[in-house]
Every structure is written in structure tokens, then in C-alpha cells.
Design a protein around this ligand. Structure first.
Ligand SMILES: NC(=O)c1ccc[n+]([C@@H]2O[C@H](COP(=O)([O-])OP(=O)(O)OC[C@H]3O[C@@H](n4cnc5c(N)ncnc54)[C@H](O)[C@@H]3O)[C@@H](O)[C@H]2O)c1
Length: 391
């Protein structure tokens, strides 16, 4: 029997829960969840007790006890946890968004939507580089946990692109739903931005990944993003917005609508939407329009199962699908959300890389590239949608 790989969780909220649940499907990989560190004593004790783990009041102590850390804290803390882990040669599985800009240390009244975006992009890229530099000094690796790239519908499209040597002309993609489960979401100093950062990062990273796959299949090198044009809006803070109580509101200094138009080095394009104003559950999809095929990847909702329930009460103990407003009427219940979202395949792949000492394709570089496009998009939006070069 090989030695167990000991893992820990930084954060005990929504993401930590689905990371833990997804690991349960991977018993054959010999993973031993050891402990959790998070800010609030009560929640870390509860998380640990329910899962037979130890609750740690210090990140440093937890890192001494593990081989892998799952970074499931708010985005502003990703860099800190990753760098501390890499100093101790602990592998890092870091949630999206990789990192970003969360305000200057000296600022008391920082408002992200008003802060100069040129400086913001420089600082965000400095933060991302800080993680890559820490990784270079360590034998441990950063695994960028962008689950979309592991979703079965995306991986099927990867096969089509690779085997048919497709040329992708246009990708349209969206992640939209109302808000987040996290209390820190929508506050720039914690989340590093609004819809583009919190939601658009999923389809954006997947677009960058698919263009990498396309480039490698046809010319032996990735196709890189060249420019971005973006618009952001604060729709639920418009004076004209009439709040009927169905949408989450209360975003402080972030956009609740974002559009990115990315142009690649060969002139082909992608359009990515991300918003907080979509009701009726999660709306995550990506469409590839190529010179030889067209594919629609539906990540959520899926229509493998369609159910009509005439009475809300009947389904009170049945999990239907993330963020659905009502269980009454027609719905598309998710038979296995962790699988369809790619969480299980993602962690399975990362732990196999760790066992076999392999470099991951969902790497720190993919995370860095995403940060570069996102903060270039904020710079473009500040200029009213002018085209901005991606560094
Ligand atoms: N891949 C996905 O589909 C997905 C979904 C949701 C969240 N996420 C990502 O996961 C991360 C966590 O999001 P979440 O929804 O779980 O948030 P959450 O608010 O539910 O949980 C965050 C956890 O971090 C802890 N925390 C906050 N500040 C801390 C501090 N200073 N020190 C120690 N612990 C601290 C909180 O106590 C909590 O346990 C974010 O980066 C988010 O973008 C990814």
C-alpha cells in the first residue's frame, strides 16, 4: 500500500464542502483529509467534527501536518495561503479566481470600481507572479482548480478539436446566476472584482484552455490572447432599478454585469458574459463555432433529467440543482452536480499528478493568463470599452 497523501482545507465554507465531498469519490487514490483552518472557530470546529478531522487555529500549524492544501478561502487570501504552503513544500490546489487585486495596503476607504485600473492590473499581475515565483523555488506544485476545464462536456469538445484539427473562429460563453453563497462575494477588497472576476473567470479560463488545445493540435503551440474589449455595468445599483426582491442586491463596489470580447493572435474571437441578474438557477454554457463543427456545451442546467413537480412541499427533502429559486413546476434536476461540474475529475487529475510527479495542464500559468485578461478587461471597461493589449 502506498503512503497516504495528507490533505488540509484552508476555508470551511461552500467550496471546502464540495472539495471534501468530491474527494469521497476518490478512495482509490489514498487521500487522507487531516484538518481544516478557517477564521471562525465555531465553523471550523463544526466542519472538522462532521468529517473526523482536526480544526487548526493557525494556517502554519495545518501546513506542517499536510502534503496538499485546498485553498478554499476568499480570493484575497489565495496568494497568502499558496505562498506559505509552497515555502513548506506543500502542494497547492487553489480555487478560482487564481488571485487579483484587493486594494492597496494603505487604503482605508478603497472602492474597487473607482480605483485606477492601470495600477490595479500591475498589482494583480505582481500578486500572480508572486505565486509563480514561490512555486519555482519549491518542488511542490500549484494546481489551478478551474473546474470548467474538467467538466465532461468540455472534455468531449477537447476530443473533437484535437481529432478533427478544428479551427475555432468564435466562442460564446457565459456564467451567470444571482450572487454567491459567500458573504464576502461582491466586495472588491475580498473578491478582487465583480461578475467578471467571480463568474466570468470560469468561461474565460476555459476559452484560453480551448484555444491552447486548438493551437497545439494544429500548429504545435498555444494560441494566445492578444487584446480585450470589455464593458461592465452596475445594474442593481442604477437609480432606475426597481427591486422586486427576487435578485440578490447589495453589491458594494463591483459590477453585476460584465462582457469581455477577446481577440486572439490569429484574429479569431471569443465573447464572454457574466452577470448576477439571471434567475432560475445557474446558467453556465459555452458554444464553439469552428470551421468544421459547432458544439454547445451545457454545464448547468443539463437536460438529462426533466421533472414536473406540481407541489413545492413534495420536493422539500430533494436537492434539485444549484440556486434554483423554486422546486415547483418543471425543473432539470442534476443527477450528480459535482461530476457534471468537473469537481471530481479535477481533484482526481490533480492527485494523480501528485502521485506521478507530473506537471498539470491546469497550472499556475493558466491562472496567471486568466488574471492578465481579467484585469486588462477592467482597464478596457474604465476606458469605455477601448481595445486593450493583454500583457
Ligand atoms: N469552482 C467553483 O465552482 C467555486 C464555487 C464557489 C466558490 N469558489 C471559490 O472558493 C473560494 C471560497 O469561496 P466560498 O464560496 O467557499 O466562500 P465561503 O465564504 O463560503 O467560505 C470561505 C471560508 O474562508 C474562511 N475565511 C474567510 N476569511 C478568512 C481569514 N482571514 N482567515 C481564515 N479563513 C478565512 C471563512 O471562515 C470560510 O470558512 C473562493 O475563492 C471562491 O471563488 C469556487
Amino acid at each position: 500500500m502506498e503512503e497516504k497523501i495528507r490533505c488540509g482545507f484552508a476555508g470551511a465554507g461552500f467550496a471546502a464542502r464540495f472539495h471534501y465531498e468530491s474527494l469521497k469519490a476518490l478512495a482509490a487514490l489514498g487521500i487522507e483529509p487531516v484538518g481544516v483552518f478557517s477564521k471562525r472557530e465555531e465553523s471550523r470546529q463544526k466542519f472538522a467534527a462532521e468529517r473526523g478531522m482536526k480544526a487548526y487555529s493557525s494556517l502554519e500549524e495545518l501546513l506542517e501536518a499536510v502534503d496538499v492544501i485546498h485553498v478554499c478561502v476568499p480570493p484575497a487570501l489565495h496568494q497568502w495561503v499558496a505562498v506559505e504552503a509552497l515555502k513548506r513544500d506543500v502542494h497547492v490546489i487553489v480555487e478560482k479566481p487564481f488571485t487579483g487585486f484587493f486594494g492597496p495596503p494603505e487604503a482605508i476607504d478603497f472602492r474597487g470600481n473607482e480605483f485606477p485600473k492601470q495600477r490595479m492590473r500591475e498589482e494583480a499581475l505582481r500578486n500572480a507572479s508572486g505565486m509563480l515565483e514561490a512555486e519555482k523555488k519549491s518542488p511542490a506544485r500549484i494546481f489551478y482548480a478551474e473546474n470548467w476545464v474538467f467538466a465532461p462536456v468540455i472534455q468531449k469538445e477537447v476530443e473533437i478539436i484535437e481529432k478533427t484539427k478544428a479551427q475555432i473562429l468564435w466562442i460564446i460563453a457565459e456564467e451567470s446566476h444571482s450572487g454567491s453563497h459567500s458573504p464576502t462575494y461582491g466586495i472588491w477588497k475580498h473578491s478582487g472584482g465583480g461578475s467578471i472576476m467571480g463568474k466570468g473567470t470560469h468561461p474565460l479560463t476555459t476559452v484560453l484552455y480551448l484555444k491552447r488545445i486548438e493551437g497545439m493540435a494544429r500548429q504545435g503551440k498555444p494560441l494566445r490572447p492578444k487584446t480585450v474589449t470589455a464593458r461592465t455595468h452596475e445594474l442593481t445599483r442604477l437609480p432606475a432599478f426597481q427591486d422586486k426582491g427576487y435578485l440578490r442586491t447589495g453589491y458594494t463596489d463591483v459590477e453585476d454585469y460584465g462582457l469581455m470580447h477577446v481577440v486572439f493572435e490569429n484574429g479569431t474571437v471569443a465573447d464572454i458574459f457574466s452577470t448576477e441578474i439571471v434567475m432560475g438557477g445557474v446558467h453556465n454554457w459555452l458554444e464553439v463555432l469552428a470551421n468544421n463543427h459547432r458544439t454547445r456545451c451545457n454545464i448547468n442546467p443539463m437536460d438529462g433529467l426533466e421533472t414536473y413537480n406540481p407541489e413545492e412541499e413534495q420536493f422539500k427533502d430533494i436537492y434539485v440543482v444549484e440556486k434554483i429559486g423554486t422546486r415547483q413546476g418543471w425543473s432539470k434536476p442534476a443527477p450528480d452536480e459535482n461530476w457534471m461540474n468537473g469537481y471530481v475529475q479535477e481533484l482526481s487529475y490533480f492527485y494523480r499528478c501528485i502521485r506521478e510527479g507530473k506537471e498539470p495542464f491546469s497550472s499556475s500559468q493558466l491562472g496567471y493568463d486568466t488574471v492578465s485578461v481579467i484585469y486588462s478587461a477592467y482597464l478596457s471597461a474604465e476606458k469605455g470599452g477601448a481595445e486593450v493589449d493583454v500583457p
